[in-house]
Ligand binder design. Structure first.
Ligand code: ZN
Ligand code: ZN
Length: 174
């Protein structure tokens, strides 16, 4: 007996991506001050912003990478989130992931430069950034990029000098 599979049915099963959460179904709560987060579209990503609260921003997995470099104009809109100065954030308190129930965010340095601390969910890979942290990450990244450019140019001039020396040496030999 043969089972007839309608065309395309198998593709649907194989390629249906399973997300750890339902996108955009209910409003998220701010993990820092418990305000309702506001969905904000910036460029190609939708982030959840604690507007009128502590001014923090929630990025789902891989969203942060799209706005964390200074040349990425989309991220500029997120640098000045309207916030309530009276809201005080307790940085010592453990925070829960706004997406995943019962997952505690893990605080760690964003990069090896150890300038900015961020909260990351070990389950969904999302990031929570407190007010001002995105600006710090963006400036740290541009510093790193500038430093890399400098080291690259010194390497290439070194290489040129080496090649030049090879040429002059080979001319000397008969
Ligand atoms: Zn908040
Ligand atoms: Zn999560």
């Amino acid at each position: 007996m043969t089972v007839k599979v309608p065309p395309g049915a198998l593709d649907k099963v194989l390629f249906k991506r399973r997300l750890p959460f339902e996108m955009g179904t209910n409003r998220l709560k701010c993990p820092a001050c418990f305000n309702n987060l506001t969905q904000t579209q910036v460029g190609s990503v939708t982030v959840d912003v604690c507007q009128g609260g502590c001014g923090g921003i929630w990025f789902d997995g891989f969203e942060l990478q799209r706005v964390d470099e200074e040349h990425e104009a989309a991220g500029e809109r997120l640098l000045n989130v309207q916030r309530d100065e009276r809201v005080h954030v307790d940085f010592s308190r453990k925070r829960q992931c706004p997406r995943c129930t019962e997952m505690i965010l893990q605080r760690h340095f964003f990069s090896a430069k150890r300038q900015v601390e961020v909260d990351e969910c070990p389950n969904c890979g999302g990031y929570w950034l407190d007010a001002g942290e995105l600006a710090k990450i963006r400036s740290e990244k541009s510093q790193t990029a500038a430093a890399e450019k400098v080291s690259q140019s010194s390497v290439s001039s070194e290489v040129i000098r080496y090649l030049y020396r090879l040429r002059t040496d080979s001319r000397k030999s008969p």
